[in-house]
Design a protein around this ligand. Structure first.
Ligand code: ZN
Length: 105
């Protein structure tokens, strides 16, 4: 198993644990005084947004793991160039090189 794969496996596991914890918090929405306009609604919405971004992250990590099995890991989806190793070290699940990631913004 390559170290990148281990890192991704670990990142996926951590992300899934975070999602689970958030799901628990979101289930307790009765305690947040939903519909009463209290400040806690913001916390609930914040957790909801956080869960969405974590789910997106989990999805991209899974995609990266699949690419690793296919042997196309670390290749930009847009331009087909190899993604910079330093970028992959920071964002192991990225599917875009730095140029294409900036162009997408
Ligand atoms: Zn690219």
């Amino acid at each position: 198993m390559s170290s990148e794969q281990e890192r991704l496996d670990q990142a996926l596991e951590e992300t899934l644990v975070e999602i689970k914890q958030l799901n628990k918090k979101l289930e307790d929405k009765a305690d947040y005084g939903l519909g009463k306009g209290g400040p806690t609604i913001y916390e609930w919405e914040f957790n909801l947004a956080l869960r969405q971004s974590l789910e997106a992250k989990a999805k991209s990590i899974r995609a990266a793991l699949r690419k690793m099995q296919e042997g196309s890991y670390g290749v930009c989806e847009v331009c087909g160039q190899e993604i910079d190793a330093e970028r992959l070290a920071v964002l192991p699940h990225t599917t875009h090189c730095i140029k294409c990631a900036q162009a997408r913004r």
